[in-house]
Ligand binder design. Sequence first.
Ligand code: HEM
Length: 551
Amino acid sequence: MNSFLKPVNDFISSESTREYAKKEFNAILWVALITITSVLLDKVFKLFRLWSKASKIPGPPCNSFFGHGNLGSRENFIEFEFEKFSEVLLNQIDWSLINLDLLWESHDKYGSVFKLWLGPTQLLVSIKDPTLIKDMLLKAGDKLPCNGKAFRLAFGRSSLFFCSYDQAQKGRESLAMELDDKLLGKANVISRNVVNCIMEGVDANMSIGSVDCKLISQHMAFTILGTSLFGDTFLAWSKATCYEELLMMIAKEASFWASYRFTPFWKWGFWRYQSLCTDLKCLTLDIVQQCGNHKLSFHMDRNSQIGTANDKSFSQELGGDINARGEPCGNIMGLMFHGCIATTSLIGSILERLVADAEIQDKIYSEIMKVKQGSVREDQDVEEMLLLLATIYESARLLPAGPLLQRCSLKDDLILKNGMLIPAGALVVVPAQLLQMDGSSWGGDASKFNPYRFLSKAVKGSDSVHDTSSTEEAADPIQCSFVLNDPNDNAAFLPFGSGMRACVGQKFVIRGVATLFASLLERYEVRLHPRLGNNSKSTTGPDIVFVRRSR
Ligand code: HEM
C-alpha cells in the first residue's frame, strides 16, 4: 500500500507541483479580483450615468447622501397606493396627504417635472403636467417590484400589479378579454341574480334600521367582484362571508407588516397575520375548484382535449397557467383585493354624494324611469342613463383612493414630449388625486361635485354640442338632450390610471356599478340617517337609510 502511495506523495511534495498550485491559486485570485472590480466599476459607472442624466431634471438640492429624508421616507412614497387603499377602510389619519401636499408645493417651485433623491441610487421624478403625464404613462410600462411588498407578503408573487410590463402583459390580456366578453355579451355586466342578491341584503339591513355606508359598499363591491371572477357559483358559496371578512382583515394589516424594513419573523403577530393569508389562499383554492367544476360540468367534457385555454374557467386560468411563476391564486387574490377595495371606495363615494345632493338623486331617478318606460326588458339599459354615468365618473374623479400613480421604465430611458430625459430605473410618480381637483384642468368648481361637467348639451334640431358644466344651465332637460363626454378626453382624469398599465377593470366596473345603482335607485331613495343629519362624525362613513319608493 505504502509503495503504491509513495509516487503520489512525492508528486504532491515536489517543488514544481507546489509552484503550480500557487500559480493556479493566484490566477483564481486575479480572476476574482478582476470580476469584482469590473462589477464595482460597472456599478459606479451606472451611478455616475444616473447622476449626470438626473442632473438635468430640476429639483431641490440634495445635501444629504441619503436623499430628501425630510420630504417623506421612501416607504412613505412607494406604499402610497396600498396604504391609501387600506386607509379607505381603516379611516386612519391621512398622513400620506402631508407628503402629497409637499410634492404639490415642490411643483409650484420647480415646475411640472421635478426630481427627488430618495437615496444615492434611488431617484423619484414627479410629473404634474397632464399632457406630459399621458405621454409618460403611454411610454413607461413597468412597475418596480420592490414597491409591492405589502401585496407580496399577503398574496405571494403575482404577475399583475407590481412587476414589469413583460410579466404583466399576458395576465392583462387574458383579464381584458374576459371582461370584454362580459361587456359585449350582455346588456348588463352583472346578472339579475347578483342584483337581486344585493337587494335582498339591502332589504335585510333595512329591517334592522340604518346601514353603515362603508360596510354596505364593501358588501356590494365584494359580491360584484366575486361573481365576476367566479361566476354565479359564488352566490351559493357557503364560505363567502368568511372570505369577505378575511380579505378585509388582511387589508387592514397588510401595510403595517410591510412597513418593516426586515420581515419581522420574530413577532408573534406576524405569524398570526401569515396564517390569515394562508386561510385566504385555501378559501381561494376552494372557490376556484368549485367554480371550475361547475363550469366543467356545464361547458366542457372533463376528459376531452377540446376544452383548452378558451374553455377554461377564467379564474382557473389566472390562478394557474399564467401565474405558473408565482404563488397559486396570487393573481386572483390580488384582483379580489384591488377590485374590492377600489370598488368599495367608488360605491361609497357615490352613495355619500347622492345623500348630500337630493336634487341629483331625484334627476337620476327620473332618468331611470324614463329609460325604463320605453324598455320591455327587465335588464337596466344603463348606456342611456347619462346622468347616472356622469355621476359615477364625477364620484370617481373626487375619489380619494389611489392618490399616487407610479411607473418606471426598467430598461430604457424615457424621453418626454418636452424633450426631458428620465433615466431608466427612476420611480416616476403622478399626484393623481391632486391633479383631479386642480382648477387649471377642471375649472373654478374643481373641488365641487358637479356631474354635469361630463355632459354636453345637444340642442334639439341642431348638430351642435356644447359644454354644460354649469348646473343651472343643465337643469332643463326638456330643451335639450345630453351627450356623455368620454372622461378620458381630459388628460387630468386618472382614477383608473392611463396608458400601458391602466386599470383593466375600468369599463367593466363603471357598467357594473351603473347597473347596480339603476336597480337600487329604482327601488329606494338613499338618505342620511335622520338622527345623524349632516353633522355625522362616524369614523366608518355616514349611516344611511334606504327608503323604499312607492310606485
Ligand atoms: C372603482 C374601481 C377601480 C379603480 C378606481 C381602479 C383603479 C386602478 C388604478 C389606479 C390602477 C393603476 C393604473 C395605472 O398605474 O395606470 C389599476 C390597476 C389595475 N386594475 Fe383597477 N381599479 C378598479 C377596479 C378594478 C377591477 C374591478 C378590476 C378587475 C376585475 C381591476 C383590475 C386592475 C388590474 C388588473 C390592474 C393592474 C394592471 C397592471 O398591473 O398592469 N380594477 N386600477
